[in-house]
Design a protein around this ligand. Structure first.
Ligand SMILES: Cc1ncc(COP(=O)(O)O)c(C=O)c1O
Length: 397
């Protein structure tokens, strides 16, 4: 029977990684990966995470299953990050959350919850979007459509076209929006545009699903929640898929959350019960370790302060690399305006390089990036920056 199974197409980014590992050149550079890297090219464990793990090792008394939705402390910590302390959503009890295996798990549970309760049949994603969005939403049984996002340079938002596209989305459809640090482009709407989008969601009656995988990587923990808070202030129903893979460095611990915001507290018990039904049929109950770390850090003043410092260090490193890349390109004689790299936010950037230029970087210089031109800024460091700038300038000239 198994001989009927045909091979699945290879994952484009993983394939590039394999090619990178096999490349024998000394000066090769990997800018494809989807994880944060420090100056030494490592993906470190945050110090606050290590400290929390030491306490957990001492205090944890059981590995018994968690409840289907996970730990209430973790839900509350997540709500605090999303809405801010004292927010009306929290005060009025208009939310319910579930601890999920990563942000991907949150997106999948969200999709299945929407589908199973016949709330939506279709979800709209930006063009382009994180490659796995299409996969996950299709797997949840939703139809996926796309809306316009970038201008013709492919490096900045086309605000009018984007808002026009959102205006045409029918009432009752879901719309996936990146809360900050849009992956793969790094292009985010500004605060005023988020207000306009939230007002539009209220008027048009479509349902926002905010994918929030990089809180703290753009401007700051609270500043980055402005999209989420614009929807909260609009008093509408919406969903948020949080991931703590990047901002706590907990990638392999699969730590995420799905938060559903209602218009009235009265519907929350039914909403929560249907959420548990989806989870029970999927992975039964969530993994514990990463969520226990996040809950501990966010509820302890010293650990939280330390975490905010460490997220700040990652954010500032990326921002310094953006400036250094722009300066380096100019120094190498690139005359075209590359200041869009400074306006983009988060780990990823649409560099504006064409697929052919990306191919040349790989074949002539051993510099690997995704063919769309997406760069992981965190893959740059003092050792490889000048080399990358020189190579980019050559293929851009
Ligand atoms: C936009 C976006 N959403 C969701 C995720 C998934 O995060 P996780 O690894 O927590 O499942 C990622 C991870 O790269 C992402 O970039």
């Amino acid at each position: 029977m198994f001989d009927q199974v045909t091979e699945a197409p290879p994952d484009a980014i993983l394939g590039l990684n394999e090619a990178f590992l096999q490349d024998k050149r000394d000066q090769k550079v990997n800018l494809t990966v989807g994880v944060y890297r420090d100056e030494a090219g490592r993906t470190p464990i945050l110090e606050c995470v290590k400290a929390a793990e030491e306490r957990l090792l001492e205090r944890e008394a059981t590995k018994a299953y968690l409840g289907i939705a996970g730990m209430p402390d973790y839900h509350l910590a997540t709500a605090g990050l999303l809405f801010g302390t004292g927010s009306a959503v929290i005060e009025e009890g208009r939310w319910v959350a579930a601890q999920t295996p990563g942000g991907t798990g949150a997106l999948r549970v969200a999709g299945e919850w929407l589908r199973r309760n016949e709330l939506c049949q279709r979800i709209w994603c930006s063009r382009p979007t994180w490659a796995n969005h299409h996969n996950v939403f299709h797997a949840a049984g939703l139809d996926v459509e796309t809306y316009a996002y970038l201008d013709e340079t492919g490096t900045a938002l086309d605000r009018d076209r984007f808002l026009d596209a959102l205006r045409k989305i029918p009432s009752g459809d879901a719309v996936c929006l990146h809360g900050c640090c849009h992956n793969p482009t790094g292009v985010d709407p500004d605060g005023e545009t988020w207000q306009a989008i939230a007002a539009m969601a209220r008027e048009q009656g479509w349902l926002p699903l905010i994918d929030f995988a990089y809180q703290g990587f753009a401007r700051g923990i609270d500043e980055d929640a402005r999209a989420v808070r614009a929807f909260a202030d609009a008093g509408i129903e919406f969903l948020v898929a949080s991931s703590y893979s990047k901002n706590f460095g907990l990638y392999a611990e699969r730590t995420g959350a799905l938060t559903i915001v209602a218009r009235e507290a009265g519907v929350v018990p039914a909403v929560g019960s249907r959420l548990k039904q989806v989870i029970r049929a999927n992975y039964s109950n969530p993994p514990k370790h990463g969520a226990a770390i996040v809950a501990m850090i966010l509820s302890d003043e010293t650990l939280r302060t330390h975490w905010e410092e460490e997220v700040g260090q990652m954010r500032e490193r990326i921002s310094r690399l953006r400036s250094a890349l722009v300066e380096g390109l100019q120094r190498e004689g690139v005359s075209r305006d590359v200041s869009y790299l400074l306006r983009q936010r988060g780990m990823f950037s649409y560099s504006g390089l064409s697929p052919l230029q990306v191919d040349r970087l790989r074949s002539e210089f051993g510099i690997y990036l995704v063919r769309s031109g997406r760069i992981n800024m965190a893959g740059l460091n003092a050792d490889n920056l000048s080399y990358v700038c020189r190579a980019m300038a050559q293929v851009m000239s």
